[in-house]
Design a protein around this ligand. Structure first.
Ligand SMILES: Cc1cc2nc3c(=O)[nH]c(=O)nc-3n(C[C@H](O)[C@H](O)[C@H](O)COP(=O)(O)OP(=O)(O)OC[C@H]3O[C@@H](n4cnc5c(N)ncnc54)[C@H](O)[C@@H]3O)c2cc1C
Length: 452
């Protein structure tokens, strides 16, 4: 059926008018760059410990990846280096709404990775063994059992890997709610406030320069999502990172066919709190080639080989845009972060068509359900598809949390707890050694265990 033009009946954060906070404080214990789920969760944990924390976001809270993602909150299928932080995140999600007094749409409906053949089903065994090591109740189910969870599909599945305790949350609600909780605990959250750079004295951070004024501080966290590599480069730190565009749609409310998240070779689909479905194509990952693609090519070869079948390369406006962006800039003039308040890529029409086609053939009962909104998000990835959370050796007091590689929404609250521990020196119980930045430079093998 014909699709109506985009209808923003859900108030996605990036569609709202920009609120500019210019009341920049003169000092802070910690300044966080970036108001995605990682930045706001860290601010919340710090503020709860009484730390004087200021968060600066150039656009909207959750205006980029954290408000545009599929909303899956899953342990299933993760790289073992992420599992302890993800398990902690799950515990936080479970009690989050009660603790902050706001709905974030979290519910546990299970996560299904479907298999088209017995052979593919058996290939999930390795991860089921991993799950056992961490006391996670993942299991393989056959087609008959899958049919009890998922109604009305024409897919010829042999079965699925299922973690019933996995779930979902609503991206347009979660990070903004956590940001408000951080503010209630004493954090200052500034939006429309780009960080232009940092000042240093004797090799240590001494201040953060924002477009609205300078904040004296000795501790900075760069949680700038897809902008992290560019920001870090401007202060002389190399963070390998590339971007991949993901197109997503949501449907109008429709019949409840299942409750969880389904990953099939054609579609990623989950039920939404508003009764619709959030749907994406699983066989297309678009990488717009930029100068960074050449700079980091060698480090990304393993990830590229892994995603070879689904990565679609293109070259266009992004290449020119990045080419024209200076590597360093003066801090008393507008910077690239003010030029692009919100990274808002266009959804790819052919991908939307593919989603519609696959949805109609997999779930005929949804064939008359309109797609009411479509959008895209730039996923930022690290070379081994696992985040970097570290104190940077070259500048004392400067820290990085990035590279969540398409899995960071679910992990955000756990990451916030772990990062707050790193910044305060308090033990969060989450070991960050495997997530150090130096792994990309010290000769360690770069081995992705999972996909973006
Ligand atoms: C299409 C898509 C689907 C996804 N699906 C899932 C999923 O189902 N489950 C899951 O767990 N993860 C998913 N992800 C990944 C997840 O969304 C990200 O890993 C996560 O949101 C990253 O959070 P972040 O806080 O690190 O970055 P972001 O949310 O990108 O936030 C970074 C913020 O920093 C700000 N910023 C940058 N530079 C500056 C500056 N100089 N000054 C001030 N502010 C600055 C930006 O404006 C931005 O708001 C998906 C991502 C996309 C795009």
């Amino acid at each position: 059926m014909a699709e109506p033009a985009s209808q923003n009946t859900v108030s996605n954060t990036w569609t709202q008018p920009l609120k500019r906070s210019d009341n920049v404080p003169a000092t802070a214990d910690v300044v966080i760059i970036g108001g995605g789920i990682v930045g706001v969760s860290t601010a919340w944990f710090l503020a709860k410990q009484g730390v004087d924390v200021v968060l600066c976001e150039k656009g909207h809270i959750a205006g980029e990846q954290s408000g545009r993602n599929w909303g899956w909150v899953r342990v299933q299928g993760r790289d073992t280096r992420e599992i302890p932080m993800m398990l902690e995140s799950m515990r936080i999600w479970e009690g989050l709404a009660d603790e902050i007094g706001e709905d974030v749409g979290f519910t546990r409906g299970g996560c299904f990775f479907t298999a088209n053949s017995d052979k593919q089903l058996q290939s999930f065994e390795d991860w089921v063994d991993t799950a056992r090591d961490y006391d996670i109740s993942t299991r393989l189910i056959n087609a008959a059992e899958l049919g009890k969870f998922v109604q009305g599909s024409t897919a010829n599945w042999a079965g699925a890997m299922l973690t019933e305790s996995d779930g979902r949350a609503e991206p347009h609600k979660a990070a903004p709610a956590i940001a408000r909780a951080a503010e209630r605990s004493g954090a200052k959250v500034l939006t429309g406030c780009a960080v232009r750079g940092i000042e240093t004295a004797a090799g240590s951070v001494s201040a953060v320069v924002t477009e609205h004024g300078t904040i004296q501080t000795s501790t900075v966290l760069c949680a700038a999502g897809a902008w992290t590599s560019m920001f870090c480069r401007s202060v002389g730190i190399d963070v390998p990172q590339l971007r991949v565009r993901g197109t997503v749609v949501r449907t109008a409310p429709a019949e409840r066919l299942f409750d969880g998240n389904i990953f099939d070779h054609r579609l990623g689909i989950r039920r939404r709190e508003d009764g619709g479905y959030t749907v994406a194509h699983t066989a297309v990952l678009e990488h717009p080639i930029t100068p960074a693609s050449f700079r980091y090519f060698c480090k990304f070869i393993p990830a590229l080989l892994q995603e070879l079948k689904i990565v679609k390369l293109s070259i266009g406006g992004e290449f020119v845009e990045e080419w024209k962006t200076p590597k360093v800039w003066a801090l008393d003039k507008p910077t690239p972060f003010e030029k692009m308040r919100v990274l808002n890529p266009s959804p790819t029409p052919s991908v939307v068509k593919g989603i519609r086609r696959n949805l109609d053939s997999m779930f005929p009962q949804l064939a008359n359900t309109p797609i009411v909104e479509r959008w895209a998000g730039m996923i930022e990835s690290s070379p081994d598809v696992v985040p970097v959370i570290d104190a940077v050796e070259q500048i004392r007091g400067f820290h990085v949390a990035t590279g969540f590689s398409g899995h960071g929404f679910g992990m955000g609250p756990g990451a916030g707890k772990a990062i707050a521990g790193m910044l305060t020196g308090n033990d969060s119980g989450i070991d960050l050694t495997d997530l150090r930045l130096s792994r990309f430079f010290d000769g360690s093998p770069i081995r992705p265990q999972t996909s973006i």
